[in-house]
Design a protein around this ligand. Structure first.
Ligand SMILES: C[S@@+](CC[C@H](N)C(=O)[O-])C[C@H]1O[C@@H](n2cnc3c(N)ncnc32)[C@H](O)[C@@H]1O
Length: 203
């Protein structure tokens, strides 16, 4: 299909992400929600690799057309059409999800939106469901590379409220709403993959 959106970084990181996701997504998982699908490349690639589960891509309105070009071209029976899910404006789709995946969104969204997304994870996911957050993070208050520091400055030049988040801030907020950190995997190109599991609700 002509003029599909294309992200070179999605092509570069998809195999490494798949390797980690393969240890997180199990055969009993039925529905996977993706927040901030971007071009749709990840959705197509991962849906192909997890044919037992329905993959639900979402993003802001402006990206839906492009994602759906990828979705339609792929013709996968387990890949849903992209739906609008703009953190800060929308609720999560009202379905039971086993896994929520989001890549490279925490440094784009404002921190208020990141916190609101974390609260939505907690409101929607049941015990043992997982959240996977991929992207660059600061650890112990420090950037993990000079290139991430430069990237952070670049992000802030176009939007002062964006920027690379601290792993500890994300982690504290996830723990506060009832998740445990299963793993913090160091990924190629100075990225991390944060894997959380929903604990039993303690009222
Ligand atoms: C850097 S792109 C990452 C796209 C894709 N996940 C990837 O890794 O290639 C960030 C994505 O977050 C989306 N995004 C930004 N703010 C958002 C919000 N408030 N709610 C949902 N998605 C948002 C953007 O539209 C964009 O698709």
């Amino acid at each position: 299909m002509a003029n599909k959106p294309f992200s070179p970084s999605s092509e570069r990181n998809k195999e490494a992400i798949l390797e980690v996701l393969s240890g997180v997504i199990s055969l009993s998982d039925r529905r996977i929600l993706e927040i901030g699908s971007g071009t749709g490349q990840h959705a197509v690639f991962f849906a192909k690799h997890f044919p037992h589960a329905e993959w639900y891509p979402t993003d802001v309105t402006a990206n839906l057309k492009g994602i759906n070009q990828w979705v339609e071209e792929a013709g996968l029976f387990n890949l849903q059409k992209a739906q609008r899910m703009e953190v800060g404006k929308d609720e999560l789709p009202k379905l039971k999800f086993d896994v929520i995946f989001t890549a490279n969104t925490f440094h784009i969204m404002h921190w208020k939106e990141c916190k609101s997304l974390i609260k939505m994870f907690a409101g929607r996911l049941r015990e043992d469901s997982r959240v996977v957050i991929y992207g660059p993070f600061k650890i112990d208050g420090k950037f993990t590379s000079e290139s991430n520091e430069a990237f952070d400055q670049e992000l802030k030049m176009s939007d002062p409220m964006s920027g690379i988040r601290s792993f500890e801030d994300v982690n504290n907020n996830m723990i506060k709403v009832g998740f445990e950190l299963v793993n913090n995997v160091s990924m190629p190109a100075n990225n991390q993959m944060l894997i959380y599991r929903r604990l039993k609700f303690q009222g």
